[in-house]
Design a protein around this ligand. Structure first.
Ligand code: GLU
Length: 550
């Protein structure tokens, strides 16, 4: 009996062989220099910031080189319902406009190199595993879980490297006849790769981020096909898929770095050219004095849903990540404020190889800046889209009168240094609620009176000013002059210098005077431009606000 017989016994009557797939997925028709990248998440129903970070690098590399960025769903650990999880991934990528050129979604395959969902590629993997068995580079292993546990314990107690290698690889040297016999007896088995490596020898591996590394050759006979569902393990699927899909550059988390020698050995076993690799650092955060990994369990911001729910502009999240993807991004962005992040040329050399520090405070600043530069129409549009999912009350307020909403959010926006109140779309209502009567009169109000707190004084100032001076048709200068006149008439000082010299001659300054009006109309001691607020409210609504103080 030969390896060929063994291969045929394990994979009888496969419809296609390796040559068929090699011909079916020929080299991509791309010019040299075009990079093919992929985002290859396991559809777990959770989209981690670190995954999106990688997708952004993939996207940038592909777009910058006129290459291809594709999405491959790695669902060989089929423990969950995959379709919803794939939807979450696609929706997130679409939300950020990081749309793959090739993907598989809701039964549709876009691209010539699919299927792009691993569980649908079983026959392809089988053809390649079959070939490895035929050439003596893979074999069935019948070790039970108990045997493997004992082996590991034995290795640990004797301070040996753990794993299925050398003298520990019990099934490696079984004769083909024995292998066939056991399979025919129905003994369960997995398929292992037969490594030719020598752990005492080094290979030089060049990671684009981490540089040249000297790593021990792989000598572990890893499982490449599991017994229960006959699906491949990550290591094998990576080799076959990235080969057949012609990935030129693999961007993946640094937790895969220790496995890279296995992958290279497998590529070599087939005679395939391995891709370039970028092993990305962990995303870390500061907590007090310590820096730690952003964790799914502890940090809500580890999930991409956090940013959507909280109403961050997509660009803010992208920009914040770009600043930790490359140390020179901010400088580039400042020099090229109108260019899209896509035009920035990512350089693996300028990526931290130890940990990428993500800072929410920084994201907030970026976000404020981006929102402050949006036109009122854009901010209306984006905040309404957000509110439709997350804040029904805001939708009602906006839709009741879109112009009114735009006028409010536009106060102090169209100027050289636009006001930066809003960090997120979710934040807007906290800043503008008092401009809506339904919220203003409905709330328990916490008036932030400052120096002047006497009710009668407050009311008399308000009455005088609004009865005698305020006119909605006044331009800003006239409005301000009248404010000063009213200020003097009520015993406040319109001139700050004079007030500072003789404070006892006055009830207060113009600042105190206008504070009375500001707080009466909004409850807040800090608001955007009062002139605009008054004009948007109009005298009738202002009067009602004064009346409730009586
Ligand atoms: N499915 C693997 C993961 O989610 C992908 C690693 C890779 O990009 O190759 O970690």
């Amino acid at each position: 009996m030969t390896n060929k017989d063994l291969a045929e016994l394990i994979f009888p009557n496969l419809e296609h062989d390796v040559e068929y797939y090699e011909a079916k997925y020929p080299n991509r028709n791309l010019e040299s220099g075009c990079e093919v990248t992929r985002f290859a998440p396991s559809p777990t129903g959770y989209m981690h910031l670190g995954g999106f970070f990688q997708a952004l690098i993939d996207f940038n590399i592909a777009k910058n080189s006129n290459g291809v960025f594709y999405l491959r769903n790695e669902d060989t650990d089929q423990k969950r319902e995959v379709s919803d999880a794939v939807k979450l991934i696609m929706d997130t990528l679409k939300h950020y406009d990081i749309v793959p050129d090739e993907y598989e979604f809701e039964g549709n395959i876009v691209g010539e190199y699919g299927p792009y969902i691993q569980s649908e590629r079983k026959e392809i993997y089988h053809a390649y595993i079959k070939r490895l068995i035929e050439i003596g580079r893979a074999y069935p292993c019948f070790c039970t879980k108990e045997e493997l546990d004992d082996m590991r314990k034995n290795q640990e107690s004797r301070k040996k490297r753990t794993g299925y290698y050398g003298v520990y690889s019990k099934c490696r040297n079984l004769s083909v006849d024995e292998q066939i016999k056991r399979i025919k007896e129905g003994i369960p088995y997995v398929i292992r790769f037969k490594s030719n490596g020598d752990f005492d020898k080094k290979i030089i591996f060049e990671d684009l981020v981490k540089g040249r590394l000297s790593l021990s050759e792989n000598d572990i006979d890893d499982v490449i096909m599991k017994s229960d569902n006959m699906l491949p393990t990550y290591h094998f699927a990576h080799v076959v898929d990235d080969h057949l899909m012609h990935t030129t550059c693999v961007v993946r988390g640094e937790e895969w770095l220790p496995s890279v020698t296995k992958h290279i050995e497998m590529f070599n076993a087939f005679g395939f050219k391995p891709p370039k690799y970028i092993h990305t650092p962990l995303i870390v955060k500061k907590e007090g004095e310590t820096v730690r990994k952003i964790s799914k369990r502890k940090d809500p911001e580890a999930s991409m849903s956090y940013y959507e729910e909280n109403g961050y502009p997509t660009l803010a999240v992208i920009e914040a990540l770009m600043t930790i993807i490359n140390s020179n991004y901010e400088e580039w962005h400042t020099a090229n404020p109108d260019k899209s992040f896509i035009e920035f040329k990512y350089s693996p050399k300028k990526m931290s190889s130890s940990g990428a520090l993500f800072d929410l405070e920084k994201l907030n600043n970026i976000s404020k800046d981006i929102i402050s530069k949006m036109s009122k129409e854009e901010l209306l549009d984006k905040s309404l889209t957000w509110a439709k999912v997350y804040d029904k009350e805001l939708v009602d307020l906006i839709e009741k009168d879109k112009d009114y909403y735009m006028n409010i959010i536009n106060i102090e926006r169209v100027q050289k240094k636009p006001r930066k109140d809003y960090t997120t779309y979710a934040d807007i209502k906290n800043y503008i609620w008092y401009m809506y009567d339904e919220l203003f009169f409905d709330k328990d109000k916490d008036y932030q009176w400052q120096n002047i707190i006497d009710k009668e004084e407050i009311i008399s100032v308000l009455d005088l000013y609004f009865d005698k001076y305020y006119d909605v048709n006044d331009d800003k200068d006239t409005w301000f002059n009248k404010m000063k006149e009213a200020c003097e008439e009520t015993g406040y000082c319109a001139n700050m210098k004079e007030y500072k010299l003789n404070p006892d001659n006055y009830k207060g300054s113009i600042a105190d005077f206008s504070m009375i009006i500001r707080v009466a109309l909004t409850t807040k001691s800090m608001t955007p431009d009062l002139y605009e607020i008054m004009n948007l409210l109009g005298l009738d609504r202002i009067k009602k606000r004064i009346d409730i103080l009586r």
